[in-house]
Write a protein that binds this ligand. Structure first.
Ligand code: THU
Length: 134
């Protein structure tokens, strides 16, 4: 897996962020196990709550095209090191409990984490299956 190439795609996607309210630009690039990359940027709304994060845009794009298995996601934002919010961590958890999460500061400055480290003791689909006795 080419971490630098994925970081570059997140940085490119960040440029498309629609952020008239926060002016905080976020980009994400999601690598599927089949080798495809889906990018996303944050998209805000005048009524604020419909705002969607870059990571979830990328995930929804992939899932809506039939891709459900993910290898890694690169995330970049206007912060020094921008980490995914809790809602996005939970959405990543749905599909890939041990996803490689690459936090991108610049093309050459990245940090690598596992989702299990960023969202320990998580709740997921298996928990519901257990309760149903499946
Ligand atoms: N944002 C993301 O796109 N991803 C995150 O993980 C954190 C927050 C966006 C949402 C909103 O458009 C802006 O950053 C400020 O919260």
């Amino acid at each position: 897996m080419n971490v630098q190439a994925l970081a570059k795609q997140a940085l490119e996607a960040q440029k498309l962020a629609y952020v008239p309210y926060s002016n905080f630009h976020v980009g994400a690039a999601l690598l599927t196990k089949s080798g495809k990359v889906f990018t996303g940027c944050n998209v805000e709304s005048a009524s604020y709550s419909p705002t969607i994060c870059a990571e979830r845009v990328a995930i929804a794009k992939a899932v809506s095209e039939g891709e459900l298995e993910f290898e890694a996601i690169a995330v970049t934002g206007d912060g020094d090191w921008t980490y995914p919010c809790g809602v996005c961590r939970q959405m990543m958890r749905e599909f890939a409990p041990d996803l490689l999460v690459i936090i991108v500061k610049s093309e050459t400055e990245v940090r690598e984490h596992r989702l299990s480290e960023l969202l320990p003791y998580s709740f997921g689909p298996e928990d519901l299956a257990e309760a149903k006795g499946e």
